[in-house]
Design a protein around this ligand. Structure first.
Ligand SMILES: *Cc1c(COP(=O)(O)O)cnc(C)c1O
Length: 504
């Protein structure tokens, strides 16, 4: 007989989601076996099957929400197979697309462990160990890139969020009025201005839009021939805006641009910020961790002067999605824009100590334990392990550039950090013709579509001075020299096919 609240007469409750430890163990072992086999066969699988949305929907089965439950073992095994047979694998050694890394296997185990304990890392007392691990993760990341050891920070979902958090810290610190209370209304109608190079990632559009400044608040600063911010243009624009009664408040420098991996002249940008009392934010979502290398490009060291830095553990620290991180020179500058103290939160004193409550340092309230996968990766291989993987990635990207330079049908464009750009140019192509770039843009666009769908290898694209180029970004500890050496001929072969078809 059942009580009305669904408990058995012996006081035991039967909940359909609950599992006995024995059942969990059996399911877990089965799933881990499947995952281990999958990881072992990854290099032999296609990068992607290139199926269409409707094909994928058919596979999943277009059906209504099930009324009754199913057997857990069966649905887990089925779903694992579905994912292994039909996904795009950014963990594949020949995946060099966008800036999405291979995920460290220990990160997958960490996510399982984090979900099993399920701490809520919004408040210290709900997540004692997890909060301290997040705090240590942040300080290790700062140490890794040579940032102030007094700094504060928070883990967020990714680079966009990490940049948003830096942006909100900047707005609060430098707007000159109480933006938390008055929003974007200012009695003098002063226009806030944020400065960013044309190579800045689209997060800046979203940030100015979402947080009420409007995209017109962005002053786009030109770049030099290496796609780096032109700092004299920045200086002129800031001065002119200030003279016109606008309120410049923030400059964004990028450490590893999304198109070509370019690093802005960060020291010089820092100087401009200092002179004009502006917030200096560095978007290092991709490139910041390259600062771990003893021979890192000199410009990247200018990051040390930033008021805030965004970087993505789910990029070059190889953490599984999602993990972004904001660092701030002054920890209070992250608390000031976010903290509220409602009466129902009693979080500020634990045994006479002031604990860190991460909900106070960012937009999220309940927060998952994303620090664990980053922390365990850092512990598994240490600073030395990351130095090796990051520098190997750079060596591989440089090698691809050299191979493209030597290949008679490829034109190498740029190499910076672990990004190389190149394009296919048919032999005997007339570069002097007025339509040359247009023709090559069309040809390389089609080439890339076929390459991506084909599943042999995966790169993405960039547009440099109006030229459509293929872009390989190596943030992949599985990529080997053989993978890189195979790439030019794969690209040239598809290029030849497209060219031959289009000539008919
Ligand atoms: C990837 C990237 C972003 C966005 O990060 P997400 O993790 O995709 O949100 C922002 N800026 C740069 C320079 C990036 O490379």
């Amino acid at each position: 007989m059942k009580h009305q609240n669904n408990t058995e007469s012996n006081g035991q409750r039967t909940s359909p989601l609950e599992m006995t430890p024995e059942a969990f163990r059996a399911l877990g072992y089965g799933l881990i076996d499947q995952i281990a086999d999958f990881l072992g066969t990854l290099p032999d699988r296609p990068v992607t099957t290139g199926e269409t949305p409707s094909e994928i929907r058919t596979l999943i089965g277009e059906r209504r929400l099930p009324r009754e439950g199913e057997d857990a073992e069966r649905i887990l095994a089925q779903t694992a197979k579905l994912l292994f047979d039909h996904s795009l694998f950014n963990g594949h050694p020949k995946f060099l697309g966008y800036i999405t890394s291979s995920a460290a296997p220990i990160g997958a185990l960490a996510d399982l462990l984090a979900a099993a304990v399920n701490p809520n890392v919004g408040a210290w007392n709900l997540a004692p160990v997890a909060s301290e691990i997040e705090r240590q993760t942040i300080s290790w990341i700062a140490e890794m890139i040579g940032y102030s050891n007094e700094c504060g920070g928070i883990l967020v979902s990714g680079g966009n969020m990490a940049n948003f958090v830096g942006f909100l810290a900047a707005r609060h610190a430098k707007a000159g009025w109480d933006t938390r209370k008055n929003g974007m209304r200012h009695e003098d109608g002063q226009q806030l201005r944020v400065y960013a190079s044309k190579e800045t990632h689209t997060w800046i559009h979203k940030a100015t839009d979402l947080f009420g400044l409007g995209t017109d608040a962005i002053r786009w600063i030109g770049t030099d021939t290496s796609q780096r911010m032109d700092v004299s243009a920045l200086r002129r624009q800031v001065q002119q805006d200030a003279q016109n009664g606008d309120r410049p408040f923030m400059v964004i420098g990028t450490a590893g641009s999304v198109s070509t991996g370019a690093i802005d002249p960060l020291h010089e940008i820092a100087e401009v910020c200092k002179r004009h009392d502006l917030w200096f934010h560095v978007d290092g979502a991709y490139g910041a961790v390259a600062a771990v290398l003893p021979d890192a490009p000199a410009d990247i060291r200018g990051m040390q002067l930033a008021d805030s830095i965004a970087l993505d553990p789910h990029k070059w620290l190889y953490a599984p999605l999602e993990a972004g991180c904001t660092l701030v020179r002054n920890p209070e500058s992250l608390r000031d824009p976010f903290v509220y103290r409602p009466a129902y939160y009693k979080f500020d004193d634990i045994g006479g100590e002031a604990p860190i409550n991460f909900a106070d340092y960012g937009p999220q309230n309940s927060r998952g334990f994303r620090a664990l996968k980053v922390w365990l990766g850092l512990r598994q291989v240490g600073r030395a392990g990351y130095e090796k993987m990051i520098s190997d990635d750079i060596v591989l990207a440089r090698r691809l550039y050299e191979l493209a330079e030597m290949h008679p049908e490829l034109q190498a464009f740029t190499h910076s950090l672990s990004i190389t750009t190149l394009r296919y140019v048919p032999q005997h192509f007339d570069m002097g013709s007025p339509a040359a770039d247009d023709d090559l843009n069309k040809l390389n666009t089609e080439l890339l579509t076929r390459l991506q769908e084909g599943g042999e290898a995966f790169v993405s694209n960039a547009v440099i001075d109006g030229k459509y180029v293929l872009r390989a970004c190596v943030v992949n500890f599985r990529t080997t020299m053989a993978d890189i050496e195979a790439l030019p001929e794969i690209i040239a072969r598809i290029g030849r096919q497209v060219d031959a078809e289009w000539r008919k």
